[in-house]
Design a binder for this molecule. Structure first.
Ligand code: 5CA
Ligand code: ZN
Length: 414
């Protein structure tokens, strides 16, 4: 798939700080320890509707991970998928009497524009499930021949399922107990009551073709991939086992990231799949999680259409900590707009307070599990102060650009 355009990231003088991130699997804030090339896989969209501010907040959080690693001198290999065939997409296309392929293409194109407008650095590899089907088939065939996957006891539709205990590490990502797993499995795309499975929590790997559903011929028989194996295979093929960060929203902890890891670990016999599992909190509106199924959405594209400054949206979404569930309100946007105006005025001055201590605080806060609220406070303090350092305004502008991704001159895309 085509990715979206990048933009130059300024180098910031001074000493970068190694990034520490919360890891869901261990429940600790731990240092990330990348080699010369840092590796990250972030779960992409299911393109059946436009990008809302919840999606945007999640991609912004991982954009900051990307930027902190660049600051530390790493090359960054960032991979993202597009779930361009799955039940929600097919259901929406059917509801709207539209072609699911065209729907996916349209929403993915809009997503690219939204990411560009929000100044999210693009992934190096942007891959769809559909274009990855040959590799997915190969992986499912191996799981089947290794005896860790099986066909459902169903003559008409012998779908292929994964024995959840096959990797020996099931539960090590989420650490959820059996009741919590059962609850989220049912709520988040699982099929616990499907007859013919050996255990309610076993996950779908390959869905045998049904009438009026898209399917692909393969050595497994005609069908289409399950959801979790898509991310296992794309991450494994592009990054290999033990990559630095697996990312997504907290709604992906279980079953999605638990099974993506379990599939990959069963395939390779290696552990762990990722060295950090990092999850963002949910953005809500009117007291509920923003979600396509509830329909309480604020779309990035709609805000663009209303000429809302995307840098204010970016700053507003970064004004809360990425791990907190938090609400999007008019106040969040108004405060961010006012802050942006103050910062823009401050970097347009002839001189200001010396930049170095503020840049050091910015780096310290961001390296500490992306503490953006504190980082923003440090910049507020600089902008509110007077000083005679003539180099400082440009230095702060570059640091805000590189580390927070906020362009202080106007930004109208690349
Ligand atoms: N295609 C799958 C991942 S492989 C998927 O979950 N797609 S999605 O379109 O539903 O979500 C895309 C990303 O946005 C996921 O990381 C998801 O966790 C995140 N996300 C969805 N809703 C919210 C929300 N309200 N707040 C924050 N992040 C969200
Ligand atoms: Zn995923």
């Amino acid at each position: 798939m085509q990715t979206w355009p990048s933009h130059p990231v300024p180098r910031v003088p001074g000493t970068p700080r190694p990034l520490r991130l919360y890891d869901t699997a261990t429940g600790e804030i731990r240092p990330t320890t990348p080699g010369p090339t840092a590796t990250m896989y972030v779960c992409g969209i299911t393109p059946y509707d436009a990008t809302h501010l919840g999606h945007a907040a999640t991609y912004l959080a991982f954009d900051l991970v990307h930027r902190q690693w660049l600051d530390n001198g790493h090359d960054v290999h960032y991979v993202q998928n597009v779930t361009d065939v799955d039940d929600p997409l097919l259901e929406r296309a059917e509801r709207d009497h539209s072609d699911w392929v065209v729907l996916a293409m349209r929403e993915t194109a809009l997503f690219r524009e939204d990411m560009t407008a929000l100044r999210v650095l693009p992934p190096r590899d942007y891959l769809g499930a559909v274009e990855s089907i040959p590799e997915i088939v190969e992986a499912v065939a191996k799981l089947l021949s290794d005896g860790v996957a099986y066909r459902a006891d169903d003559e008409q539709y012998p779908d292929i399922y994964f024995d959840r205990l096959a990797s020996g590490h099931f539960g090590s990502v989420s650490n959820y107990d059996a009741d919590t797993m059962a609850k989220f499995f049912a709520e988040r795309g699982g099929d616990p009551d499907r007859p013919g499975k050996r255990h309610p929590l076993d996950a779908l790997l390959w869905r045998t073709a049904r009438p009026d559903e898209p399917s692909w011929d393969s050595e497994l028989g005609p069908g289409r991939p399950g959801w979790h194996v898509e991310c296992s295979v794309i991450a494994l093929n592009q990054l290999g086992m033990g990559f630095d960060v697996q990312g997504g929203g907290s709604d992906l902890i279980f079953p999605h990231h638990e099974f993506s890891a379990a599939h990959a670990e069963a395939l390779t016999g290696l552990h762990p799949f990722a060295r950090h599992y990092t999850h963002t909190g949910m953005i809500g509106l009117d007291g509920q999680k923003m979600s396509k199924s509830l329909g309480n959405l604020v779309f990035v594209s709609r805000l663009r259409g209303d000429n809302v400054d995307m840098m204010a949206v970016r700053l507003g979404l970064l004004s809360g900590h990425y791990r907190e569930d938090r609400a999007w309100t008019d106040t969040v946007l108004d405060e961010a707009t006012a802050r942006l105006a103050r910062w823009r005025a401050a970097v347009s001055r002839e001189s200001g307070p010396p930049a170095e201590p503020t840049v050091a605080r910015l780096r310290d806060h961001l390296a500490d599990d992306l503490n953006t609220p504190q980082a923003i406070r440090a910049l507020d303090a600089w902008a509110a102060d007077e000083g005679s350092d003539t180099a400082a305004p440009a230095q702060i502008r570059d640091a805000v650009d590189a580390l927070l991704g906020v362009a202080l001159p106007g930004w109208s895309g690349v």
